[in-house]
Design a protein around this ligand. Structure first.
Ligand code: ATP
Ligand code: MG
Length: 398
């Protein structure tokens, strides 16, 4: 029996004029994601994307990957047959056999978008229903709360039979919203923030601040592992690893200890913004959540933002830790995030960070530093890696 994947387009069908751009991006993203699984014919018609495998293509893996492509509300693995009733009946009886055997009740829902087909939708449903009742005498029809809904669709390219559609990842296709740089730590929050903004159509560039010799190579590997998971949704991305120890040492030596964190975060913003600009990104993303730690009060965030000109997106700002963890588990970053490796932020944490910093004090304190040179050195010594889904470990470019 020939199988296909039928994909229902998401929010993007509402986008009117932009619809073609969105559809093209979605097709491109699906193609990329299925790239190594064999040959697939992928085409769009009537708000549906059809994914048809050639012989030998891995449809099971394709289903798993399509579940992680943004821009898809729901999709179905379906059996496709000729638009003739005998073929449709046979498919309904065979393709969903194990579901039909397991169910006590069912109903048939039919949709005829090819109006040349001689039977109307209710007639198709009743013929298929009658056939299934005869073939599976243990079943009864329940139109209100059936265990199983058998779906029959008569479309341009054939007749399709399938059961329960699977939930898509939602959102809008990556790449349609522009580019942004995610400041990624090894923590729980920033990978979730990355995922959330990719879901809104942003293509990501990642920036990570590492502080060898204070932080280990394992801490960097953790970030690579996290981003590899995120890239299953967000697609391939570049990761820039910034050597940050020098900046931290300078701040520690020359600025009041209670302002350390906030000044360090301002440097993260400035360096990230410089990298973002070079990579044609137009926004920064962080995993901050209001009130979570000392550097995430309104006053601290205001002081951090003052260092950046680009808009800073903080998708987690109003979320509780438990809500964030729920997403982290869903996207399978949680178990990686809780591995115990030192982050550059934890190494130099002051004992009593100021929770209500004032920008005047910060600017005065920063006068002790050669900010331009520190930023320049960070950007000059950055390492670039490529992150791609389903590859273990990043690939170094330089
Ligand atoms: P996370 O779980 O993402 O580490 P957090 O709750 O621990 O967040 P902070 O450590 O204060 O909070 O960091 C706030 C945000 O700053 C992070 O979500 C991330 O966007 C950014 N950030 C922190 N550390 C780094 C780092 N080493 N490299 C890049 N960005 C970082
Ligand atoms: Mg952190």
């Amino acid at each position: 029996m020939d199988e296909v994947i039928l994909i229902k387009l998401g929010e993007m069908v509402l986008k009117g004029l932009n619809r073609n751009t969105f559809e093209a991006a979605l097709l491109r993203n699906i193609r990329r994601r299925l790239n190594r699984l064999g040959e697939f014919d992928i085409k769009a018609a009537q708000s549906t994307v059809y994914v048809t495998p050639s012989k030998g293509a891995d449809l099971d893996a394709a289903v798993e990957r399509i579940a992680k492509v943004f821009g898809i509300v729901a999709f179905s693995r379906a059996c496709v047959v000729k638009k003739e009733m005998p073929a449709i009946l046979e498919a309904a009886g065979e393709y969903l056999k194990s579901d039909l055997l397991a169910a006590k009740s069912f109903k048939v829902e039919s949709k005829r978008s090819d109006k040349h087909f001689p039977l109307k939708s209710p007639e198709i449903s009743s013929e298929v229903g009658g056939y299934l009742l005869k073939k599976y005498p243990h079943l009864c029809v329940d139109v209100h709360q059936p265990d199983l809904i058998v779906r029959v669709e008569i479309r341009d390219f054939g007749a399709y039979v399938h059961g329960q559609p699977l939930k898509g990842a939602g959102g809008i296709p990556v790449g349609t919203g522009g580019n942004a740089a995610i400041l990624i730590s090894g923590g729980i929050d920033s990978p979730v923030a990355a995922w959330m903004m990719a879901k809104r159509g942003l293509e990501l560039t990642a920036v990570h601040f590492a502080s060898p010799p204070y932080t280990s190579e394992r801490a960097e590997q953790k970030v690579i592992d996290l981003l590899t998971r995120v890239s299953e949704y967000a697609g391939r991305m570049n990761l820039f690893i910034v050597p940050f120890a020098k900046v931290q040492e300078e701040i520690m030596a020359k600025c009041p200890e209670e302002l350390f964190t906030i000044i360090m975060r301002r440097f993260m913003m400035r360096v990230s913004e410089e990298i973002a600009r070079q990579e044609a990104c137009s926004a920064l993303i962080t995993g901050e959540s209001l009130g979570q730690v000392a550097s995430q009060t309104i006053q601290a965030i205001a002081c951090t933002d003052e260092a950046a000109k680009m808009p800073v997106f903080r998708p987690l700002i109003g979320m509780d830790k438990l809500e964030i963890i729920e997403i982290a588990r869903k996207i399978q970053t949680f178990d990686i995030s809780i591995q115990p490796f030192e982050d550059c932020c934890t190494v130099f944490t002051p004992k009593h960070p100021r929770t209500r910093p004032e920008i005047g004090d910060i600017l005065t304190a920063e006068q002790a530093l050669d900010c331009e040179k520190l930023i320049y050195d960070c950007v000059r010594n950055v390492r670039k890696l490529q992150i791609a889904p389903h590859r273990n470990g990043g690939i170094y470019e330089r």
